[in-house]
Design a protein around this ligand. Structure first.
Ligand SMILES: [Ca+2]
Ligand SMILES: [Ca+2]
Length: 254
């Protein structure tokens, strides 16, 4: 929690400089509309017409009930609601250590992948496991040691395979916090775009983007794709057979 607070403070400092467009007058201090603390009461204060919402419609994936996304010019905020009973089981399962593929011991975590389509095109990027081609993945754990943890992901861009633009050790792109069966996370758009703009295929987040989240068990079993739909076995589209949904469309609020 202490580290998450530090990240937000440093981002606010940077952002204040970026917002200084009235000739150095008394800038209004930016106050994030969502505090990343796992308490989701602040979401009720947002203009609901500007919040993208995806409710679980899948008949087999029941662990995640709903996700939401709201973006202002500094952050993209995410709300995640788990089924209360399954959240307890998932937290308990993200505990202890395991040997990774390189033979080293590492913490068992509950991983997620935040998917972002930043180029406005639905055929470029990664088209498997989503009906829309997304260009970036933020991949990392949200729980370990039996408790929620901050979100400090690796950042990958789809350029002829996945290219790692930033490691979790570098940090500074995201933060997250959970409480009971809710989890909140924020992406710093300036930090994300600094990495995205510096790649061989620059593709920063603009005024609109599309997003979703894939959820996994602690051993990378499929837990849920959000947004989703009820599976349609009669469809000729593989994603529709499996109940994958279209990404949420998010317009940045200025
Ligand atoms: Ca909050
Ligand atoms: Ca794309």
């Amino acid at each position: 929690m202490a580290m998450a607070a530090l990240v937000l403070v440093s981002c606010e400092k940077d952002n204040k400089g970026g917002k200084n467009h009235n000739n150095g007058g008394d800038d209004e201090e930016y106050v994030a509309p969502i505090k990343i603390d796992g308490d989701v009461a602040d979401w009720a204060k947002l203009d609901a017409t500007k919040v993208a919402v995806a409710k679980n419609q899948h008949t087999e994936w029941t662990a995640v009930k709903e996700i939401r996304c709201y973006a202002d010019e500094f952050y993209a905020f995410y709300y995640i609601e788990f089924d209360a009973a399954q959240a307890k089981e998932l937290l308990a399962s993200a505990n202890g250590q395991k040997e990774n593929s390189e033979g080293q011991m590492e913490d068992i975590e509950l991983p997620i992948r935040v998917n972002l389509n930043t180029d406005g095109e639905f055929t470029s990027g990664y088209t498997s496991y989503s009906l829309d081609g997304y260009d970036f993945i933020l991949e990392g754990g949200i729980a370990k040691g039996g408790a929620w943890e901050s979100f400090n992901p690796n950042m990958y861009q789809r350029i002829d395979g996945w290219v790692n633009l930033s490691t979790s050790e570098e940090g500074g792109i995201c933060e997250g916090a959970g409480k009971d069966n809710h989890y909140e996370l924020a992406i710093s758009l300036s930090a994300f775009n600094a990495k995205a703009s510096g790649s061989t295929v620059p593709m920063p987040i603009g005024k609109t983007f599309q997003t979703g989240i894939r959820f996994y068990t602690a051993d990378w079993g499929e837990l849920s794709n959000m947004p989703n739909t009820a599976p349609n076995p009669d469809s000729e589209v593989k994603g529709e057979q499996k109940g994958w949904g279209h990404l949420m469309n998010v317009t940045v609020v200025e």
